[in-house]
Design a binder for this molecule. Structure first.
Ligand code: MSP
Length: 474
């Protein structure tokens, strides 16, 4: 049973604002993998949610003049609804203010404490609220956090510490025996060198803050938001389920890879829990070469793009344009270009061309797919499968489009419009049907639209040409 399960997560997002295109990207990637595994017959758990116990929440609630409860409830709904509107197929949504979360965090705190991996000590350091993390002087540029362009504050506190340093060798051993633990490989190298250089213990409580989960053994402190947040991956499914089947894939952005590939596994090792199988990290989008960020106020709303162009178009563009793992620059201009070339002219035209031809025919069980087309379909399926396993989603899509281009060339080479050979037209329909199959995880609505126009009833095939899939945009 457990073998057939597949558990995938996204980061849980801060709720100081609504989702922007960067968050949508990480979530869409997880959705593609969730859908693909579902198609392959696995029992998929797909978790996303909101990271609510951050100081950012307090500041944002104050700014909007709402109570924290009213604010967090309102924002959680916005995030949930955004994912619904973008067709995200998550099976649950975890909020870190939920009781089911708090109880698991307390349990894990106790386990780690009982293991002897916690101690109380004084902390002095520079804290960046944007990152919710301490920073080193050497990380700053002109005394400012280079990502958030804000000055970190100096904190001096009595905190609880987690003996992260103790796990250096265990982590290195784990990395060695799990060569695909972090994708892309370049990020894995960074993680390994960081751990090799030696780890500092981690401050995991805040004495000066009120908002958060109280330390169960010392109610004057609240638990450090990252320690709390990482545990969502367990609380979202339940401790027992995690013990039986930890996450298969955790999607994150490159900014939070250390939390997920170093701190998180160390916490799990300490608590005696199994580790996730794989952490995959996407690069960062920029707009006009500046990082998109809620704090910088240059966010792009994925919903307005989806309303204007369609959910599948947004999904296609993000997945096709930016090689997974690398940074990319977002521009609506480029989206329009791809819309017109790849979707309106490419997929849309081909679909119309093939279905218009095919609608003139009647097909029976006698029709055969030509060898040439059959070979190309098989070859494409194998490559697409391979590319997805390597997280080269943009290349997977490129190969589906290569199959389309092959189909177009085949129409021309065989002069299919003369309708001299029914097998040719039947082959083209089969090719289109396979394109739709391959597109399912990437563009679910479009795939369904195409599939519904190619109707098999027993051995008989009926074609129902429909509307233009992608009307031209100017
Ligand atoms: N709350 C933490 C995560 C806790 S997980 C236990 C957090 N939240 S966040 O709201 O800041 O968003 C994190 C993720 O959103 C990033 O890791 C990344 O996946 C995605 N992105 C945010 N901005 C992005 C871009 N500009 N580009 C691409 N992805 C981006 O960190």
């Amino acid at each position: 049973m457990s073998k057939n399960r597949f558990y995938i997560t996204t980061p849980i997002y801060y709720i100081n604002d609504r989702p922007h295109i960067g968050h949508a990207y990480t979530t869409i990637v997880a959705d593609v993998l969730a859908r693909l595994n579902r198609i392959q017959g696995r029992d998929v758990t797909f978790l996303t949610g909101t990271d609510e116990n951050s100081q950012k929440t307090v500041v944002a609630a104050e700014k909007s003049g709402e109570s924290i409860d009213a604010y967090t409830n309102r924002l959680a709904v916005i995030w949930k609804e955004t994912w619904q509107k973008l067709g995200i197929s998550n099976t649950d949504f975890i909020r870190t203010t939920e009781e089911r979360h708090r109880s698991v965090v307390e349990e894990i705190w106790k386990r780690i404490n009982e293991k002897g991996d916690m101690y109380k000590g004084k902390y002095e350091g520079l804290y960046c609220k944007g990152h919710e993390a301490f920073m080193k002087e050497s990380d700053l540029i002109d005394e400012l956090c280079p990502d958030h362009k804000t000055k970190p504050e100096r904190l001096v506190e009595e905190n609880y510490f987690f003996r992260l340093s103790k796990y250096q060798h265990k982590l290195l051993e784990f990395y060695k025996s799990h060569p695909n633990f972090v994708v892309p490989e370049s990020r894995f190298h960074e993680v390994k060198s960081f751990v090799q250089a030696g780890l500092d213990d981690l401050s995991i409580s805040r004495e000066t803050q009120k908002w958060g989960i109280p330390v169960p053994t010392d109610l004057k402190h609240v638990i450090y938001v990252w320690f709390d947040a990482l545990i969502n991956y367990i609380s979202g499914i339940g401790m027992k389920q995690w013990e039986e089947h930890p996450a298969d894939i955790q999607t994150v952005g490159k900014d939070i890879i250390r939390f997920h590939a170093i701190i998180w596994p160390a916490m799990l090792l300490s608590a005696g829990l199994p580790l996730p199988k794989q952490i995959v990290a996407n690069g960062f989008f920029t707009v006009d070469n500046v990082k998109i960020s809620k704090s910088l106020g240059n966010a792009i709303d994925p919903l307005s793009l989806a309303e204007k162009y369609g959910v599948d178009v947004l999904r296609y563009f993000l997945l096709r344009e930016i090689p997974y793992g690398e940074d990319g620059n977002f521009s609506e201009e480029k989206l329009k270009e791809r819309y017109n070339s790849d979707l309106a002219n490419g997929l849309g035209n081909f679909t119309a061309r093939v279905l218009t031809l095919a609608a003139k025919e009647t097909f029976s069980e006698k029709e055969k797919v030509t060898e040439k087309v059959e070979f190309k379909i098989k070859e494409t399926k194998a490559i697409v499968d391979e590319k997805i396993r390597q997280f080269k989603l943009h290349e997977a899509l490129a190969h589906i489009w290569e199959l389309l281009a092959f189909g177009d060339a085949y129409v021309n080479a065989t002069q299919a419009w003369k309708r001299e050979d029914k097998n040719v037209i039947f082959s083209l329909v089969t090719l289109l049907d396979n394109v739709a199959f391959l597109l399912q995880p990437f563009m679910p609505e479009t795939a369904e639209k195409i599939t519904k126009r190619i109707v098999w009833e027993g051995d008989a095939l009926t074609i129902k040409p429909g509307d233009v899939l992608f009307p031209r945009h100017t």
